[in-house]
Design a protein around this ligand. Sequence first.
Ligand SMILES: Cc1cc2nc3c(=O)[nH]c(=O)nc-3n(C[C@H](O)[C@H](O)[C@H](O)COP(=O)(O)O)c2cc1C
Length: 237
Amino acid sequence: MSTTMPMRNLAEQLIRSRRSVRAFRPDPVPRDDLEAMLTLARYAPSNANMQPWLVEVVAGATRDRLSEALVSAMTEGRYSIDFHNSDEMYTDSHSQRREAMGERLYEALGIARDDTEGRNAWYLDNLRFFGAPHAVLLFMSPKANERMANDVGMYGQTLMLAMAAHGVSSCPQAILGFFADTVREVLGVPADNRLLFGISFGYADDASPVNNIDMPRVPLSESTRWHDYPVNRRSAS
Ligand SMILES: Cc1cc2nc3c(=O)[nH]c(=O)nc-3n(C[C@H](O)[C@H](O)[C@H](O)COP(=O)(O)O)c2cc1C
């Protein structure tokens, strides 16, 4: 990457190079490199600079033990969710976008709509971190609510961008938060700390079709309203 590239081009390249990767090579990410990414991610903004994220990083035998425990928890129906989850929170547009996302994903995976077995196997693949050698689990303190979840979300994206800059791919995974007790137990996390989500990461398996999906974005007009903002006044810079 050229160092003379204007910042906006760098930003475009970095932000658009991050995408959710769901098939990884087993090669580990060197600890020094990961420490550099985690060090950079600390510059995420947070309300009153509270930096409320509590980050658990797993590799090697712990990663394998956690994955096995998650698979058992799901197979045995032992769900434990710290933050309420229900389809009621979705608007019609959310539901449509969600469905469109699922269609693209399952098409790339070659899993038919009525293939329950295939879909279940896919859920288990989520819990095997899609083959990634590592994951981070993002916790918050016992009384943290959605206000602090804002900060942790910003941290998560900053970390994934830092990873992308280092050639490391990632997938944020809400599903890892559906088994919070299991994660706490395996990692020895204090019982009251609350799990928001996890991120699997490592080097992408570029040959996998599931890593070559472009998830579309809705046009600005669907999310953004302008209030008294003048049009067509591009600055000179
Ligand atoms: C908080 C959060 C939770 C997510 N949970 C999952 C998940 O459990 N499993 C999964 O495969 N993808 C998950 N994703 C990835 C989204 O599906 C993905 O970000 C979205 O489809 C846009 O695609 P892109 O990340 O490739 O741009 C999650 C993303 C976010 C931000």
